[in-house]
Write a protein of this length. Structure first.
Length: 240
């Protein structure tokens, strides 16, 4: 081998030293000079207001019976199997007449949905929302109540008649009662409708106050919390 070749070649020791340095640099977050360009931002890395506008526009399409989402679900199923980038996390009531994807005119993979009777904030539901914010990067949380909500109606009756409900229903009612009390203090003409609206506000407040992950994301402007009441008869969502 020629002298020039020897001078340009790397010994095993030099290679091992270089590799060790590269590993160390990676461990402390220093990218190597030949690192690839940063990955592109995920599709749902949008401002909270943009996500909110998409939901409002989607409900307008639903009201007009002119859905925009004509996605071929079969064709895109394989791509969705690899990852998900929802634009919003929805806390909705379990009522069978309130399908979030349809009323917001969104397709599979667009919404991360948590549902329970009365759209109440539970420990598991809150953890699910934290996952949506921290891991999935949703820019928006939306609490979706609806007209004539049976769970809120039960809480209203329980608070006024002190009727004892069976099973675990008292636990559900207890979570909704603060909204009933708040509505009662406003002396509304429609006590149930006012309680449903206050229950949405209560859910929005609990999301922020009971989770450091969500609270910090909201304070930092990365996530917004919105809410509304879906009218089952008309299909319109009145923003709260």
């Amino acid at each position: 081998m020629c002298r020039n070749c020897d001078s340009r070649s790397l010994s095993r020791r030099q290679i091992m030293c270089a590799a060790t340095a590269l590993v160390a640099a990676s461990a402390i977050g220093i990218p190597p000079a030949f690192a690839a360009e940063p990955a592109a931002a995920p599709p749902n890395a949008i401002p909270p207001d943009d996500a909110f506008d998409q939901l409002k526009q989607g409900n307008a399409h639903y009201l007009a019976n002119e859905p925009v989402d004509q996605e071929d679900y079969a064709v895109n199923r394989a791509a969705r199997a690899q990852s998900q980038y929802p634009i919003a996390a929805i806390l909705a009531c379990s009522d069978s007449r309130v399908p979030p994807e349809i009323v917001f005119d969104q397709g599979p993979g667009d919404l991360f949905i948590v549902r329970d009777a009365g759209n109440v904030v539970t420990t598991i539901g809150l953890a699910s929302m934290e996952y949506a914010v921290k891991i999935l990067g949703v820019p928006l949380i939306f609490v979706l109540g609806h007209s004539n909500c049976g769970a809120v109606s039960a809480a209203l009756k329980a608070s006024t008649s002190r009727e004892q409900l069976p099973g675990h229903l008292p636990d559900l009612v207890k979570l909704i009662e603060p909204a009933v009390v708040a509505a009662h203090g406003k002396h509304p003409s429609d006590f149930l409708a006012a309680s449903i609206e206050e229950n949405v506000r209560l859910g929005m407040k609990r999301m922020k106050d009971e989770s450091d992950i969500i609270g910090e994301a909201v304070s930092g402007g990365k996530v917004a919390i919105k809410g509304g009441v879906y009218n089952i008869a008309t299909g319109k969502i009145a923003m709260v």
